[in-house]
Design a protein around this ligand. Structure first.
Ligand code: PNS
Length: 163
């Protein structure tokens, strides 16, 4: 049984995240999508809102569970008995950071493997930060996020979706 976790902030979930979730759910037997609950980091959406968005997005996928976790990822993985971490790699700029995290996690627990999925070219430019920047100025985010979340994102900035 291959049980994996795709951890992240997902603030908000983007089409790039969705693409990684859908593809990795086909590779592993069970996929946990783990929203990091980090009270030290200011986020646009609460953990509960992010978990709910991800649950909506994956409601048709029987092997996907959405949860949140706090503290070290390796500790949470012991709790849920998972030993694979899925991460998306967009560009070379992601690589150094991701390699550092993957190697640190493996030193903490040598049973843990990190699998990197290269982001679909369509989304290689995309990040939650870019989505927030565009949305905060009323920019068009329809190519960036699943359509059911567009209004929820604008609402956070008190912007009416004119599109
Ligand atoms: O979407 P993000 O913000 O790039 O995700 C980063 C995440 C959640 C994968 C990373 O910050 C993480 O695993 N945090 C949990 C705390 C932890 O285990 N830190 C040690 C990693 S070296």
């Amino acid at each position: 049984m291959k049980r994996a976790i795709y951890p992240g902030s997902f603030d908000p979930v983007t089409n790039g995240h969705a693409d990684i979730i859908f593809r990795s759910a086909k590779i592993v037997d069970e996929l946990y999508v783990g929203v990091l609950n980090n009270s030290a980091k200011k986020s646009l959406f609460s953990v509960e809102e992010r978990v709910n968005m991800l649950k909506e997005l994956t409601s048709d996928l029987a092997n996907v569970t959405v949860t949140s976790f706090a503290g070290l990822l390796v500790d949470y993985m012991c709790e849920i008995d998972a030993n694979i971490i899925i991460r998306g790699l967009r560009a070379v700029t992601d690589f150094e950071y991701e390699l550092q995290i993957a190697q640190t996690n493996q030193i903490e627990n040598k049973e843990i493997e990190t699998i990197f999925l290269t982001t679909n070219l369509k989304y290689s430019y995309l990040s939650s930060t870019i989505v927030k920047e565009f949305a905060s100025y009323g920019g068009d985010i329809s190519h960036f996020v699943p359509k059911q979340f567009i209004d929820r994102i604008y609402d956070k900035y008190n912007i009416k979706n004119k599109r």
